[in-house]
Design a protein around this ligand. Structure first.
Ligand code: FEO
Length: 171
């Protein structure tokens, strides 16, 4: 594997682990704020992010390449509102998407078909994840300032009925 691509894949692990931490912090905050549906959704997302990091680690190991685990900064412990909390998720996902796109460009440029194939899964996953967060923001916009509306969205989250929210693309 090209050295620059190898380094970039290791660096990308920071974003996946940071996303896992961020989702877990949100899950804790929502649990403390009596929104168990949001809390459970965020916890599931956190576990998915760890799975994403593991996919990259496995790919590097299968190719007998070194893996460097990153130090992860502490995420915030609270957010000014539910909408802002979910907007912070969108920003984080968009950051991951940009990084995946850059990785895919490097893999393509260096003719690394194996890495490119592995990254295709992530390209599809990011479309799903951004779509799920966008759907959630849409529901929150409809709920507006209504506590009842927020409770209804929380129940939808508990049932996993936000589009694409609980699904991972096929391997
Ligand atoms: Fe692994 Fe949600 O990006």
């Amino acid at each position: 594997m090209n050295e620059d691509l190898h380094r970039a894949l290791n660096e990308h692990l920071t974003l996946e682990f940071a996303a896992a931490h961020h989702y877990l912090a949100l899950s804790i905050w929502f649990e403390l704020n009596d929104l168990p549906g949001f809390a459970s959704w965020m916890k599931q997302q956190s576990q998915d992010e760890l799975g994403h990091a593991q996919r990259i680690i496995d790919h590097l190991l299968e190719r007998d390449l070194e893996v460097t685990l990153p130090a992860i900064e502490s995420p915030p412990t609270s957010w000014p509102s539910t909408v802002e909390a979910v907007q912070s998720v969108m920003q984080s996902e968009q950051r991951v998407t940009r990084s995946i796109d850059r990785l895919q460009e490097k893999a393509t440029r260096t003719g690394d078909r194996a890495a490119s194939l592995m990254l295709d899964w992530f390209v599809a996953e990011q479309v799903e994840e951004e779509n799920a967060v966008r759907a959630l923001l849409g529901r929150l916009r409809l709920a507006g300032d209504s506590s009842l509306g927020l409770l209804i969205v929380d129940q939808e989250m508990a049932k996993g009925s936000i589009p694409g929210a609980m699904e991972e693309p096929e391997p």
